[in-house]
Design a protein. Sequence first.
Lengths: 279, 300
Amino acid sequence: MFANLWAVEHYKTFKRKVFWITLAGTVGLLVVLVLGLYFAAQIAVQQGAEVGDLPTLLWPNGLVVVLNDFLSPGFIGGIVAVILGTALWAEEYRWGMLHLWLSRGVPRATLLSAKAAALVLPLFLSLTAGLLVAGGVTGALTALSAGAAPAGQVDFGQLALSLLRSTAAVLPIAALTLFLGVLTRSTAGALGAGMGYLLLGEQILGGLLGVIGLSSIGMYLPITLGKLLTMHNNALLRGFQGVQTLPVGGGVACAGVLLWTAVFLGLAVWVFGRQDLSV
Amino acid sequence: MANVVIQTQSLCKQFGGAGGVLAVDNVDLTVRRGEVFGFLGPNGAGKTTTIGILLGLLHPTAGQARLFGQLVTPRHVTPLRRVGSLVGAPAMIPGFTARENLRVLARLHRNVDAARVDEILDLVGLTQAADRAVKGFSLGMKQRLGLGAALLHRPELLILDEPTNGLDPAGMREIRELLRELAAQGVTVFLSSHLLHEVEQICDRAAVLSRGRVVAQGDVSTLLGDQAVVRARVPDPLAAAQVLQELVGVITVSANGNYIEVRGARSEEVNLHLVQRGIVPSELTSGRADLESVFLELTR
């Protein structure tokens, strides 16, 4: 049953426009960001400013910036997770698709788990597409500036592992959006509350924890842990020795984001199991 | 018991906790294999809530619902794999075609292949529109597709809420014939409908729900037979109505212009009773009540 549902969810996701629009939007936004920053830096340099950020957009650093800064859980990666989480769950409330599955004998926990599991591949593909296209653009810019992109300096194996870590880093946001979708039973509710938490909520929560002297706990909030995980990407990709200087170790950050994902999904299953679904 | 497909016992559903709305109040239903069972009631009577419990979408507050002898709640859903349903607006992915929507559902069932999808599209008259996006469908077309989705996995029990909603008269007739045909093949049909003539035409048995309670349940012919109406033209309808209240078995007497209408007594009993009391009817007719008048009487 779970495998069938998982396959069905993938079939639906990849046939729906919302996935392809999200993918195109992610890639487009990244390209605009990369080009915008590159040309802004170029203009600044021409006007006599220090070289500044220009080299960071060139290979091999350009790839790291795209993956770990632009596609981070606190920025475009998180936004993609909220949009896909909303589309996969909350929108189906409106269409009555959840009722359809449940009235055919699908257990609620199985349905929700299959949907959550089916979010991983679209998220991974969105981040991969973003990295490939925007990374390609940074490569082209590198070739434009330096004559050739130094592919030999890129650790592609570590980059692939970083892509997996970045996907893991956005999972708590996707799971939180699913939970919010279950709780609010509305597309607007899931999208609004998900974006609200992503863009403001955790910062406010972290600030409040700091005020009461518990800023160390703030390190373990879901988006912050995701960001810390991508900071480890940074360190590993750039070959920095500063991994130990981060406040939370890579293993702990990874375990943390997976734990948050499990907590949000557990809450979603618990609430969903107790809900009356109006017909 | 093996012959019983749906059984509810003292089923209750209260919304809003204690002091809230009691939508379903001690409902006992029994539906047997292969019959077409009508489920009637005015808006807000609790029909949809009862169906929601039968489909494992709502938690009953008290009592229980069983399908094929097995308990059904949101946590006990196994028997629902043998059920097809169409409740409310048919659930579809708007951007998908009719065929794609059915294929999505087909993936959930082992016994459904592409040929079955085509067969269903043909059965519900959507072959021509199979590759059009559902968002452009009329209500009737969506209803046909919803019915097709309900039938896709060859269910043993169909639970349908207003299945002919949005269909033209020819379409309604086709669906009625289809339901009778399915029942002949052994499929049990639980049909909630506002169209009383529809229920009268195709149902073997029916239950009438009013304010959350079952007020009548049985063979449709019995429900109608119990409610034969005797109509008499009398000089003083009010006096005649008062006199007839004394007659044993009379359920209701109502005066309407120069006529009185009596339920629960035969014409010869009415005639004799009136004549014995000095009221001579100038006209006397006896007819079988239609389901609409029975329904209105029961749910008044």
